[in-house]
Design a protein around this ligand. Structure first.
Ligand code: HAM
Length: 417
């Protein structure tokens, strides 16, 4: 039987990889500009990190983790997200001791055992950013602004920022009681998952996409009416800074996010044209996460975007990506002079000319055809005569024009180009 890539995974092939490089370069550019530093944490962690960090009533922890025992019987999980790992690393390396606030970003694969569909995979990629060590609401807004800046540089405008506050362990329980009270006589309308959530994590019912659950929660009380003073002031400040920076947003009372570590600010970015999986990114504040995983009380806020979904959204918006695989020059040669041609190719490369050639025994005609297929602008043709007279035949593939040229002149031409 032929072996194929596992369900829910995808090979990223050239030329599609160009899009990834391009987007990644813009993410790095913006992150650098905003003084975020790259952090690379392991692809797998002890399972407990996610159980305690993300929360064991969430779908991610309950249903979607790739968990296995290693040879010593330790429970290991492929990371379903990276925030818990970044906070773990921050605590483990006592980065709070370095003074100031840590600003980190990452780009890499994450793993969730979900039902694959358009924009949803089992191995997918996120780019993300975290500001750890401050409660300042300006940090929340800096994260949102950085997200917008990345979109702006990509030319992406077809998105909406949804924002809410999910309160904190002081005020959320009051709201949860109110919500349960409100839903008590609508309990039978809820789906089976939400019946469980009613007892374990009622906030998540607001987020359920099922028709019955949506109807049941239509006029539910709003969490922002139940926030404690601290959460209320925080939310107002976040909104006022967003206004000051002219960032457009929509307050969405249903927005609760699928991870349990959130406190105060929660936000999501949804894009047009993506169908059901329209969240291109999400984030929020997680002031209790460090303590949850065994550290001190260290507040934090962050965001992660889905690379695959962003690429889909950009393609849907008709955004063009610059091509990086175009050769400057293709060297076409007769077999008799292959050694001379081979040496020339490396001299050209040393001078920074992106020169390539056809591997394998091929006729001049076949080599020219290959050059044409690759979309190269110039071709250099070498035969015995050229080698003898130390001259090259240069052909412009766009105009069809040909001329004789010395090697020196060739370098000059590419210096200009
Ligand atoms: P999340 O909302 O679970 O948040 O994931 C962030 C983004 O990752 C989603 O909006 C989506 O674009 C993408 N994504 C998630 N699951 C899949 C999937 N199965 N296939 C394709 N794309 C997917 C987090 O992961 C948090 N760690 C974000 C965060 C950072 N909060 C604070 N800091």
């Amino acid at each position: 039987m032929k072996i194929v890539a596992p369900k829910g995974t995808r090979d990223i092939l050239p030329p599609e990889i160009n899009k990834w490089h391009y987007i990644e370069s813009i993410i790095r550019e913006v992150m650098n500009l905003y003084s975020f530093y790259e952090i690379r944490t392991p692809i797998f962690e002890y399972t407990e990190l996610f159980q305690r960090g993300i929360g064991d009533t969430t779908d991610i922890v309950n249903k979607e983790m790739y968990t296995f025992l290693d040879k010593k019987g330790r429970s290991i999980t492929l990371r379903p997200e990276n925030t818990a790992s970044v906070v773990r690393a921050y605590i483990e390396h006592k980065m709070y001791g370095l003074g100031g606030v840590g600003k980190f970003y990452y780009i890499g694969p994450m793993f969730r055992y979900e039902r694959p569909q358009a924009g949803r995979q089992r191995q997918f990629h996120q780019y993300g950013m975290e500001i750890i060590g401050t409660k300042d609401p300006k940090a929340d807004v800096e994260i949102i602004k950085a997200t917008e800046e990345i979109y702006k540089r990509l030319g992406f405008t077809d998105y909406k920022i949804l924002i809410n506050s999910v309160g904190c362990p002081k005020c959320r329980p009051y709201y949860e009681e109110e919500l349960k009270l409100y839903l008590k006589d609508k309990y039978d309308q809820l789906c089976d998952d939400c019946k469980v959530r009613y007892h374990k994590n009622p906030l998540r019912i607001l987020d359920c996409k099922r028709e019955g659950c949506r109807r049941a929660t239509e006029s539910a009380p709003k969490i922002i009416d139940y926030l404690c003073e601290e959460c209320k002031i925080h939310f107002e400040k976040v909104l006022s800074y967003l206004d000051a920076l002219n960032i457009k947003y929509e307050i969405n009372h249903r927005l609760v996010r699928g991870l349990d570590y959130y406190t105060k600010t929660a936000f999501e970015v949804i894009a047009g044209g993506l169908g059901a999986q329209d969240a291109v990114g999400g984030g929020g504040r997680y002031d209790g996460l460090a303590q949850e995983i065994g550290g001190k009380e260290i507040p934090g806020v962050g965001f992660a975007g889905g690379m695959e979904r962003l690429i889909l959204a950009l393609s849907h918006a008709g955004i063009e990506f610059p091509r990086e695989d175009i050769q400057d020059l293709f060297v076409v040669f007769r077999e008799e002079v292959e050694k001379e041609a081979f040496a020339l190719i490396f001299r050209l490369r040393e001078k920074g000319v992106k020169a390539d050639y056809a591997l394998g025994k091929k006729s001049i005609k076949a080599q020219l055809k290959e050059a044409d297929k690759k979309g190269v602008k110039y071709v250099v043709i070498i035969g015995e005569e050229e080698v003898e007279k130390k001259i090259l035949t240069l052909k412009n593939m766009e105009t069809g024009e040909g001329k004789k040229i010395t090697e020196k002149e060739l370098y000059k031409l590419f210096e200009k180009e």
